[in-house]
Design a protein around this ligand. Structure first.
Ligand code: ADP
Ligand code: ZN
Length: 213
């Protein structure tokens, strides 16, 4: 099964992607996580991506398409995968189509997580992430039991550099301009499903599961 998660920054693609990945036993591919890992490791990809990611702009399409092509050819993707954060432009979506057509694979569902923009900033500035296992917390709605420490693996929590208010605004602008047109694109393909992304994460997950049954 191939699933694309669509939605603005903070709509919960990462949280839902991890839940879906466990439930379906297929990998979740988060381009944001891949890029942050590359930046941390100071790899050639990281060097190229750093200025874009930290300022909230998009990494160039050719880099991203190449990265995804390589990733989905890996063995763990043979039964399907979940894309979180890709495609983010029409060019990327067309690139993905080409790659998938070559492998005779089709996208089963594009899940569009819809949410009011006003609640997103609040979510993002309060987001914290586990440095050990990647679990996502929210200081207001899903705080860890012990401050700054992951409930699951006890590693320390950190805040993403681009989760600062001015960078968040830039990410929204980019989303509106470059990513939102994908809703129409996939709706034209007849595979778009809308799911409300406000509220409790387990409730949202239930709704997602209904939609992909
Ligand atoms: P969010 O969806 O919360 O904004 P992500 O973790 O998905 O965050 O992405 C963080 C940053 O990584 C983006 O702002 C962008 O700079 C870069 N990035 C991630 N995916 C892509 C992509 N498909 N194309 C271009 N840039 C990307
Ligand atoms: Zn953890």
């Amino acid at each position: 099964m191939v699933i694309i998660l669509l939605g603005p920054p903070g709509s919960g693609k990462g949280t839902q992607g991890l839940l879906l990945s466990k439930a379906k036993s297929i990998p979740e591919i988060s381009t944001g996580d891949i890029l942050r890992g590359a930046i941390k490791a100071k790899s050639p990809l990281g060097e190229k991506a750093n200025e874009f990611v930290t300022s909230g702009r998009l990494v160039p399409d050719d880099i991203m398409i190449g990265l995804i092509e390589e990733r989905i050819q890996q063995d763990d993707c043979k039964n399907g995968f979940i894309l979180d954060g890709f495609p983010r432009t029409i060019t990327q979506a067309e690139g993905l189509e080409k790659i998938l057509n070559n492998g005779n694979i089709k996208v089963d569902f594009v899940l569009n997580l819809t949410i009011e923009l006003s609640s997103l900033i609040k979510r993002l500035v309060n987001r914290r992430i586990c440095s050990g296992c990647g679990k996502i917390y929210n200081l207001l709605t899903m705080p860890p039991e012990k401050e700054g420490i992951c409930d699951s693996c006890e590693a320390s929590l950190y805040q993403r550099k681009d989760d600062k208010e001015e960078t968040i605004r830039e990410r929204f602008n980019v989303y509106k301009r470059q990513t939102e047109p994908l809703i129409q694109f996939y709706s034209n393909h007849g595979i778009l499903k809308e799911v409300s992304a406000s509220g409790d994460k387990d409730e949202i997950f239930k709704q997602l599961n209904k939609v992909i049954e």
